[in-house]
Ligand binder design. Structure first.
Ligand SMILES: Nc1ncnc2c1ncn2[C@@H]1O[C@H](COP(=O)(O)OP(=O)(O)OP(=O)(O)O)[C@@H](O)[C@H]1O
Ligand SMILES: [Mg+2]
Length: 258
């Protein structure tokens, strides 16, 4: 029990200052449980390919007033994973779609659920590679298995026709079998264009939305907030109007006026 061993000295010093035997034993065991949970999470993070640790408690709901905090907190209780429902985060760049999707995946991993993350482009590439190697079925099964699959960034990169077909097959397999969390900067009407086939996109959306929570985020980019804070730090004496604008905006303004 390495966790207990590591925490033992600290617990013993608390015993010297009056901690009771039952509490001391409890603290020693809690240290072991904490270590085990942490290791389990680390292992889940590695196998799930999550790109970063973004938790829901790090999310600043005050910055995104269009987002209903209760809806996200309710999703974080993972009933949707139990019921094999989907979640779709829609919104422009930087509003926190990936952050929230990863936050839900981490919450699921912490509860011992198997999770997997990929951008749409990555997942399609892996399916196409498996197809070329004659291992498509095996890859499909691997990607159907996780209780929660995150499909990030639908709409940023073009999708080939065969890639779109493979993705449709994957989503059909997961339909009513396991939850998928998707993010997109494009509205559903534009998915036909992304997948290069209106009929297939309609069938895909039909399956996804049958049991689905849609979270529409209408707000400003958190990345731009970071830029504008940096701009203010670099130009503390600048006039307030220009200081609140990030450099690109000001450049554009200049172009328009000249
Ligand atoms: N409300 C927020 N509170 C804290 N951090 C946030 C918030 N919104 C976004 N972020 C952070 O801002 C960065 C951009 O957010 P994120 O990657 O989730 O945006 P996105 O909506 O997925 O954008 P894109 O469409 O460009 O992929 C991330 O580092 C994320 O952790
Ligand atoms: Mg994103």
């Amino acid at each position: 029990m390495p966790g207990s061993l590591e925490g033992l000295d600290a617990v013993l010093s608390r015993v010297d200052s009056g901690l009771g035997a039952a509490e001391a034993i409890s603290s020693v065991l809690e240290a072991q449980i904490a270590l085990r949970n942490n290791r389990r999470l680390q292992a889940a993070m590695r196998s799930s390919r999550l790109p970063a640790v973004k938790t829901l408690s790090d999310f600043d709901f005050g910055f995104q007033p269009s987002l209903k905090r209760e809806q996200i907190e309710s999703l974080a209780t993972l009933g949707f994973v139990e019921r094999k429902e989907n979640v779709v985060f829609l919104g422009p760049p930087g509003v926190g779609k990936t952050h929230l999707a990863i936050g839900l995946a981490i919450a699921a991993a912490q509860h011992g659920r198997r999770v997997y993350y990929g951008t749409l482009a990555d997942l399609i590439t892996s399916l196409e590679e498996a197809h070329a190697a004659g291992k498509l079925l095996h890859r499909m099964k691997t990607l159907t298995h996780p209780s929660l699959l995150v499909v990030d960034e639908i709409g940023y990169l073009p999708v080939s026709r065969t890639g779109a077909m493979h993705f449709f097959q994957l989503m059909s397999r997961r339909y009513e079998h396991a939850s998928t969390v998707l993010t997109s900067n494009k509205s559903f009407e534009e998915w036909g264009e992304i997948f290069g086939d209106e009929v297939m996109a309609a069938a895909l959306i039909d399956r996804l939305l049958h049991h689905c929570h849609i979270v529409n985020i209408r707000g400003n980019s958190f990345r731009m907030r970071a830029h504008s804070d940096l701009w203010k730090q670099l130009h503390p004496d600048g006039d307030s109007a220009s200081a609140s604008s990030p450099p690109r905006k000001r450049q554009r303004k200049k172009e328009l006026t000249t």
